[in-house]
Design a binder for this molecule. Structure first.
Ligand SMILES: Nc1nc2c(ncn2[C@@H]2O[C@H](COP(=O)(O)OP(=O)(O)O)[C@@H](O)[C@H]2O)c(=O)[nH]1
Ligand SMILES: [Mg+2]
Length: 222
């Protein structure tokens, strides 16, 4: 006789407990954490820049940039004058709740209203690890294709909001927005959906309004 031990279940169950603790602590401090997830190059940093420009007079903002190496994204964000920390994941393809908690402590968030975590570029691993965020936002960019909800269903299932970025390139890539929306909604009927361009700013007003509404709604939650 021997045991079969589902180690992966154990790892994510432990992470879920830690994430719940992070979420409670952030709620007590009134800090709204956004977990921003997407493939490498989908436009996370560019979207963040435009989002911060739109919101930095409304909220005190901080950014945690997570990557396996380099500080290029933190350098970009630092130019906006908001607090930023670069986190290196030591080769890991995602952030987990413990790494997030340590990043938040190192950056200092008590005097902030809104914190963005730019997760490691990946449509698979980050979806599996709850980091304790108030909302999960994902980006799919037009060049990646409208079939991605079929290939990476968990990411679309766990996200509260789907940004379709790079719509300025729709003339080049055959991206069917309606088909993508239907595929995403089949997995997650409540997912918010905003086509936009971080390059031109098209579509940003609706996304910014969604985020403001999400913060206001969350502040009223017990
Ligand atoms: N045409 C176009 N390019 C974009 C857009 N958003 C980002 N990019 C470009 O895509 C590349 C990757 O963007 P980046 O924000 O670094 O992606 P990240 O790796 O997800 O953070 C950069 O060259 C950006 O200038 C967009 O809306 N339209
Ligand atoms: Mg980036």
């Amino acid at each position: 006789m021997f045991d079969v031990y589902e180690t992966k279940v154990r790892v994510t169950a432990d992470n879920d407990k830690e994430a719940a603790r992070v979420r409670t602590e952030l709620k007590e401090k009134n800090v709204f954490l956004v977990n921003l997830m997407a493939s490498p190059g989908a436009g996370k940093t560019t979207t963040l820049v435009r989002t911060i420009e739109a919101l930095k007079d409304t909220y005190r903002i901080g950014v945690m940039e997570a990557d396996t190496d380099s500080a290029v994204d933190a350098e970009t964000i630092a130019k906006l004058g908001v607090r930023v920390i670069q986190l290196h994941t030591g080769g890991s393809c995602h952030m987990d709740a413990d790494m997030t908690e340590r990043g938040l402590a190192k950056m200092g968030v008590e005097d902030l209203d809104l914190v963005f975590l730019e997760n490691v570029g990946n449509l698979v691993c980050p979806a599996e690890f709850d980091v304790g965020a108030a909302r999960k936002v994902m980006i799919l960019s037009v060049p990646e294709g409208d079939d991605k909800p079929l290939k990476y269903p968990l990411m679309f299932t766990v996200s509260d909001c789907l940004l379709i970025n790079k719509i300025d390139t729709k003339v080049i890539f055959d991206f069917d927005e309606e088909a993508c929306l239907q595929r995403a909604r089949a997995l997650n009927p409540n997912i918010a959906f905003f086509p936009l361009s971080a390059k031109t700013g098209e579509g940003f007003d609706a996304w910014i309004q969604w985020l403001k509404d999400a913060v206001e709604q969350w502040r009223k939650e017990a």
